[in-house]
Design a protein around this ligand. Structure first.
Ligand code: NAD
Length: 296
């Protein structure tokens, strides 16, 4: 949607585009006898996780993937989950493994993330994939950060040479977004809860990424006029409404481009999960991803 010189980045439409491209590649893989299969492990009964897993399942099936969801009780021992992952690692029928986070308290999340075969680690959280990302080597990239870059590219927002500021330094979002922007020759600042004068750091940025988990933290006067603002945050307001980390109504008046919540980064995350799974299946089958480009 155009708003004068400004625009709202429509993550839903872009994600649909990505999903349909993935679906074409999955169809090509299936013609070659490869059926990309994703295994999702859901431990416990966190309602938000249940919704995320259901959405992943639905989108995966829509793109032609096989999706198996394994639901385990909150009281499951870490060793039991590790044994299940080991079983998934060993079979050639499964190309992608995703453990829905957060795991219930008491489970050893690190041990679980380390147990996933890096070639099947579609969330990109195994240390081998984290290392590959920072070294600029081939690997699986976390879905939300990959979705941020894909959304910028498909919205024709340049990255190279830009001053980027990321608010948040988690292993899931902040750090991998920083690595990807750095790889694309942005000049990157990573801010966090102990950064002094956060609004001033944010205001310097031509690309601002908010990945904090604090409703409407980023105000209009934190944003440099014309900047591109990606709002990764998902927060539920007192009235049950979803709000991002960005005060959208204020920021849209200043930014050159901004993602809404919902309908911005969220749909991209799922699209990139499907892409990671299809890519992993192609790689494990010795098929070059590029060779699957749809023929005119
Ligand atoms: P996290 O809690 O692991 O990390 C939050 C980061 O924000 C930390 O590095 C912390 O230092 C920083 N922070 C906290 N308070 C701050 C403050 N007042 N000022 C500056 N920095 C502060 O969270 P996460 O997993 O990175 O997720 C961040 C947000 O993104 C959450 O709202 C989460 O729900 C959302 N998220 C969305 C998607 C999606 O698909 N859209 C995917 C993953 C996470």
């Amino acid at each position: 949607m155009q708003v004068g010189e400004r625009f709202i980045i429509d993550g839903r439409t872009v994600a649909k585009e990505v999903r349909s491209e993935v679906a074409e590649r999955v169809a090509a893989l299936r013609r070659m006898g490869v059926v990309p299969r994703l295994c999702v492990c859901l431990v416990g009964d966190d309602p938000a996780s249940q919704v995320y897993v259901r959405n992943k399942d639905r989108a995966g099936v829509g793109a032609g993937l096989e999706v198996e969801t394994h639901t385990l009780a909150a009281t499951t021992a870490t060793s039991e989950l590790l044994a299940l992952i080991e079983r998934f690692n060993r079979t050639d029928e499964i190309h992608g493994i995703l453990v829905q986070l957060p795991l219930p308290e008491g489970m050893d999340t690190q041990a679980v993330l380390h147990a996933v075969d890096p070639a099947k680690d579609v969330d990109g959280l195994h240390p081998a994939n984290v290392g590959a990302l920072w070294r600029g080597e081939e690997g699986l990239v976390p879905c939300t950060p990959a979705g941020c870059i894909e959304l910028l590219d498909r919205s024709a927002i340049p990255i190279e040479g830009k001053r980027a500021c990321i608010i948040g330094r988690s292993a899931l979002v902040g750090k991998p977004v920083a690595a990807l922007l750095l790889q694309r020759n942005a000049t990157v600042t990573i801010c966090h809860s102990r950064t002094p004068d956060l609004p001033a750091r944010a205001r310097e940025a031509e690309l601002l990424v908010a990945a904090v988990g604090r409703a409407e933290l980023v105000r209009g006067d934190w944003v440099r006029p014309g900047a591109a603002v990606l709002d990764v945050g998902i927060n539920r307001g007192d009235d049950g409404r979803l709000v991002g980390d960005v005060a959208f109504a204020e920021v849209r008046e200043v930014a050159g481009a901004v993602t809404p919540v919902p309908g911005g980064i969220g749909p991209m995350t799922i699209a990139m999960l499907l892409q990671n799974t299809a890519r992993a299946a192609a790689r494990q089958s010795g098929i070059a991803w590029e060779s699957l480009t749809p023929q005119p």
